[in-house]
Design a protein around this ligand. Sequence first.
Ligand code: S3P
Length: 210
Amino acid sequence: MPEPTPSAGAIPSPEADILAALGTRLVVLVGMMGAGKSTIGRRLAARLHVPFLDADIEIEAAAGMTIPEIFETHGEPHFRDGEARVIARLLESGPAVLATGGGSFMREETRRRVNDKAISIWLKADADIIMRRVKRRADRPLLQTADPVATVGRLIDEREPVYRHADLTIASRDVPHEKIVEECIEALHGRLCGEVAPPEAAAGIMGGLR
Ligand code: S3P
């Protein structure tokens, strides 16, 4: 009797291993504006065959206005409260990949929830890359200042010590998106499935696997 052919879903792959190990947890991307959380998150979700969720888009849908409008009408503290509530709700819908807004991980309660419900990846980008990417769009209220370069520098200084609490760190840089996605897959696999990433992947993984 010939051996039964395994179905496509049963073929072992790092993605399938990650999905099995995740269970109902999410992969949450944190980091500065312009770090590529949405771009990488969408592609990572496609690779893992799970839904992609974008906290900023969900906040706008819940509020019925854009983020600049929320800041202008109600102020940043109101935005932050809504952001924390929306992220708490989204964290109940795993497995999925969730891109969070750059300031959300600064809230202790959100970090605790992410830690409970997800594996977090900090997409770490330097100031030059962030500035290059964010200057194309005027939809970040926090950067509508006289000196956006100084603002980004200050935010990086304030936030990096907190982003460091993410489970994994990947360097976001000007390489093809698929390379960063591959590094996320390898880091997730190492973290969740107990294997050390091959050397070429480890080069892009900063801060190691904690
Ligand atoms: C913010 C980042 C934005 C958005 C809001 C505030 C921040 O999201 O949530 O403008 O505080 O860094 P992205 O990180 O997706 O740009």
